[in-house]
Design a protein around this ligand. Structure first.
Ligand SMILES: [Zn+2]
Ligand SMILES: [Zn+2]
Length: 79
């Protein structure tokens, strides 16, 4: 006999927690909660001017540009 169902949670075939909005999966419930509360549905704010890369924190953009577009960055960055 099965106990009553505590929560209705979406899981994918691997048992990972599934975001009902965007379908992103997380290994832990806490990760999903964090995603739903802080990420899901929020447009990324910082976009790389050189490619399609987007991120939510400016601090993430700098290392991306430095790593991927170092030459462009140097050229455009100089005054
Ligand atoms: Zn989501
Ligand atoms: Zn880029």
């Amino acid at each position: 006999m099965e106990g009553r169902i505590k929560q209705k949670q979406m899981r994918d075939s691997l048992g990972r927690f599934l975001c009902p909005k965007c379908g992103k999966t997380y290994k832990y419930q806490s990760g999903l909660s964090q995603h739903i509360n802080h990420e899901c549905g929020m447009p990324p704010k910082f976009k790389c001017p050189f490619c399609a890369y987007v991120c939510k924190q400016k601090s993430s953009l700098k290392p991306h540009i430095a790593a991927k577009h170092h030459r462009l960055y140097v050229e455009l960055g100089k005054d």
